[in-house]
Design a protein around this ligand. Structure first.
Ligand code: HEM
Length: 536
């Protein structure tokens, strides 16, 4: 075989090495030479210029000059924590993934929470979607669940992701606004691409301004496929349910907290964990039969702008997450962590959701730039806790000294035919449609309004009032009249009362809906969560 020789200190646990921290009795250069003076540069006399030969000065400044790496192209602003996931064993009949199957099995995790649009130094408190990304360091390899605090997404096809992000990020000319949806390009996009209206109303609701990361739900959004020991499959959606329930700030509160403490959520998470008030979530699954049409109750499970109401498919609890350790070094852990949907373990597979499919490409691609080269899986926070025995070699920032001469198989020099395993990952051999190559969506993706209406109708009067005020405020910041009119038309297609109230707030006439509005049954479960938390 080809042994894994990557063994820097602390790597196994994701804990950064302190070997190069300021722990010893004396300071050294990066090469280990003891320093006599690190406070004065070498000059031609006390009043003279600095000499080029001052290697210590140049080493110190050069390293400093290169301390920053590019921030994430999205989700740049975030914070994170370590924790433990404990399986209830209740998913044993659904998946062969050991970390879910075995009752009581504990798995180390790292979670990163984030806003989406703001830059790394922006405020925590803005109206935005929140990222909820979890790295499970399982015995069978790393599994990443890269979710958000909202169950639906703006676009149905990953090819439109750059477009929505270009529209939602600050205007290219004036770099305004830093991190809010209150601007023309955002509303231009979502009113022209009406598939975005569902995610948009979640943003305009109190879900867009959470009270705390500890009080957010998380959603895998896409439908995934689980496979059990008998090779039977089901389709599932992943849910995180917070023990503390779901809570939001009100808008005026966010203005105060954001002004007084832009680190409001970062501080809240850190302080809670340091005080021993460990945040907890349960992982849950909505489970659907794996039928050829990949729909449930008429809902297309491959459409990431649709959810499945919980009355139709209750969330089955399969394990518990406790966050119990703050990062030692923010850069090493929170900045350098690299999530990816393709990090799967045997028993969990992807579906053909066209947004999910595109994400499978995008994350590693961006990380090749962000983390400078192909070896970022060797950074401590990204190392699997399962044994690694791969044939990846060389490249920028290689940390390993690989032994052996034959990183290929079969070979007749380094052990022949190593490392294939019956327990290895098998892609579920789902049938790939015999269909024409085409740039098109399924017909069912054309329904852009019925679930938005469902969401609106499931809200309490106070929640509705908050939504109306959010639309009114955000649209009030839009300069172009035609964009406001187009978004009001979308609101008319969602609900006449919503439209009328926002129009009144904007001092504009309310348009009529385009066509019949669909009848939908109110869905209280959309706004009620946390009620089923079991006793420990
Ligand atoms: C980053 C969630 C769609 C590209 C992230 C992060 C989260 C997330 C939570 C932050 C990860 C971290 O904390 O480091 C989601 C969800 C999506 C979605 C829930 C839809 C359901 C997409 C799509 C693309 C994309 C469609 C591109 C086609 C990226 C990129 C990053 C990112 C490039 C930065 C990754 C990095 O620099 O490490 N996403 N995302 N996302 N996402 Fe997504």
């Amino acid at each position: 075989g080809q042994p894994d020789t990557r063994t820097p200190t602390g790597a196994e646990t994701g804990t950064p090495s302190t070997a190069h921290g300021q722990q010893g009795p004396y300071l050294t250069t990066a090469q280990g030479a003891r320093l006599r003076d690190t406070d004065h540069s070498l000059k031609a006399g006390p009043r003279g210029p600095i000499l080029l030969q001052d290697h210590h000065f140049r080493e110190k400044i050069t390293h400093f000059d290169h301390e920053r790496i590019p921030e994430r192209v999205v989700h740049a602003r975030g914070t994170g924590a370590h924790g433990v996931f404990t399986s209830y064993g209740t998913a044993a009949n659904l998946t062969r993934a050991g970390f879910l199957k075995e009752k009581g099995k504990e798995t180390e995790v790292f979670v990163r929470f984030s806003t989406v649009l703001g830059s790394r130094g922006s405020a925590d408190t803005v109206r935005d979607t929140r990222g909820f990304a979890t790295k499970f360091y399982t015995d069978e390899g790393t599994f990443d669940l890269v979710g958000n605090n909202m169950p639906v997404f703006f676009v149905q096809d990953a090819i439109k992701f750059p477009d929505i992000i270009h529209a939602a990020k600050p205007h290219p000319d004036r770099e305004i606004p830093q991190a809010q949806s209150a601007h023309d390009t955002f509303w231009d996009f979502v009113s022209l691409h009406t598939e975005a209206q569902h995610h948009t109303i979640w943003n305009m609701s109190d879900r867009g301004i959470p009270r705390s990361y500890r009080m957010m739900e998380g959603f895998g959004v896409h439908t995934f496929r689980l496979v059990n020991d008998a090779d039977e499959t089901v389709l599932v959606k992943f849910h995180w349910k917070p023990k503390l329930g779901v809570h939001s700030q009100v808008w005026e509160e966010t203005q105060l907290t954001g002004g007084v403490d832009p680190d409001f959520h970062r501080r809240d998470l850190y302080d809670a964990i340091e005080a021993g008030a460990y945040p907890e979530w349960e992982l849950g699954l909505q489970v659907f039969p794996d039928t050829p049409d990949e729909t449930f109750a008429g809902i297309d499970l491959l459409d990431p702008t649709k959810l499945v109401p919980e009355e139709l498919a209750p969330v089955q609890r399969v394990g518990k997450l406790v966050l119990n350790r703050t990062p030692t070094n923010f850069f090493a852990e929170v900045e350098q962590v690299a999530f990816h949907l393709g990090n799967l373990v045997p028993g969990i597979d992807v579906t053909n959701d066209p947004l999910l499919q595109g994400r499978l490409f995008s994350y590693v691609d961006t990380q090749l730039t962000r983390l400078a080269g192909p070896n970022f899986h060797q950074i401590p926070i990204n190392r699997p806790h399962a044994p690694v025995n791969d044939m990846l070699r060389d490249g920028f920032h290689q940390q390993a000294v690989h032994a052996g001469v034959a990183p290929y198989r079969p070979n007749s020099l380094d052990g022949g035919n190593p490392f294939t395993s019956d327990d290895g990952f098998v892609d579920v051999p789902v049938r790939v449609a015999e269909a024409p190559k085409i740039r098109a969506n399924p017909v069912s993706f054309g329904d852009h309004f019925s679930q938005v209406r469902l969401f609106w109708q499931s809200m309490s009067p106070v929640e509705k009032e908050h939504i109306v005020r959010a639309y009114t405020f955000e649209l009030g910041k839009v300069y172009h009249q035609q964009i406001r009119e187009r978004q009001l038309q979308c609101l008319a297609n969602i609900d006449p009362v919503l439209c009328e109230q926002v129009a009144t707030g904007l001092g504009m006439p309310a348009p009529q809906p385009a066509g019949e509005l669909p009848e939908v049954a109110p869905s209280p479960a959309l706004s009620q969560v946390g009620e089923q938390w079991p006793s420990d």
